[in-house]
Write a protein that binds this ligand. Structure first.
Ligand code: C5P
Length: 239
């Protein structure tokens, strides 16, 4: 398979067409952003970690019966995935209070959330990704009622599988974001990326952050903590 023209370049990856019209080539970038792109830095080797961790997690989910866009890792920084029309809705699932939830509702850091909280955001950089509820999604024509049900149920299934996997390696999954894409028949498929760029992970013993919060807060090196996550995952999984 060969890489062709660039389709889109985002904050952390570039997506290319390939010689197979059903597949796209995703190149992870050695770049981190926070605050919707207002904080941006080049970080050597970051693409290696996001690509490796995301590949392992998507393969694990597929093995556990959660279909997703992953096809194969191409090299250290690149992955082949199914070509989809991405939904404009980002889905956040929270097990414990952190980040914007903790700030917005003034609840104690890492308070357990029962039920688990699910939130939707409009994927729109100009608008700073505003939050969305069900009726707003419908009125804006961003997705259907059954799509919204899938957004929630698939993210909850991912949460169960990843919470259990991370628990095995001494890591707590605090919260995470997923995205979906539409296949040619209109059905939704789990897509985008699953890495410490889009989830909060803390060490179960020390509660130190093993995710992009170290960059957001300037408390550590991204690649140091992503290496901990990757090496523990490699120990637990054998792909
Ligand atoms: O900032 P906030 O607390 O709302 O983030 C919740 C979760 O969603 C975090 O794991 C964060 O990394 C992820 N997220 C993301 N992309 C965004 C917003 C949040 O991956 N645009």
């Amino acid at each position: 398979i060969e890489k062709q023209d660039l389709i889109i370049e985002g904050k952390a990856k570039a997506v290319y067409n390939t010689t197979d019209p059903a597949l796209v080539w995703v190149h992870n970038l050695d770049q981190a952003t926070a605050l919707n792109g207002k904080k941006k830095e080049a970080i050597t080797n970051k693409a290696h970690y996001t690509n490796a961790i995301s590949g392992l997690l998507f393969q694990y989910l597929a093995e556990q019966g959660i279909a997703n866009h992953f096809v194969e890792r191409l090299n250290d920084t690149d992955v082949l995935v199914k070509k989809l029309t991405m939904a404009k809705v980002e889905v956040v699932t929270r097990n414990y209070a952190s980040g914007s939830f903790e700030r917005k509702y003034a609840v104690p850091h890492l308070q357990e959330l029962t039920p688990k909280v699910q939130e939707f955001y409009y994927k729109n950089d100009q608008l700073d990704d505003p939050s969305l509820n069900d009726s707003q999604i419908l009125a804006l024509g961003l997705a259907s009622t059954s799509d919204i049900a899938t957004f929630r149920s698939t993210a909850l299934a991912v949460n169960e599988k990843l919470t259990a996997l991370f628990a095995e390696i001494g890591i707590i999954l605090v919260d995470f974001k997923v995205e979906y894409g539409y296949q040619a028949d209109g059905s939704l498929l789990l897509a985008d990326e699953l890495s410490p760029d889009n989830m909060r992970l803390i060490d179960a013993t020390t509660q130190v952050s093993l995710d992009k919060d170290v960059f957001r807060q300037g408390t550590g090196e991204i690649t140091d903590v992503y290496e901990i996550v990757l090496s523990r995952l490699q120990h637990a999984l054998h792909y």
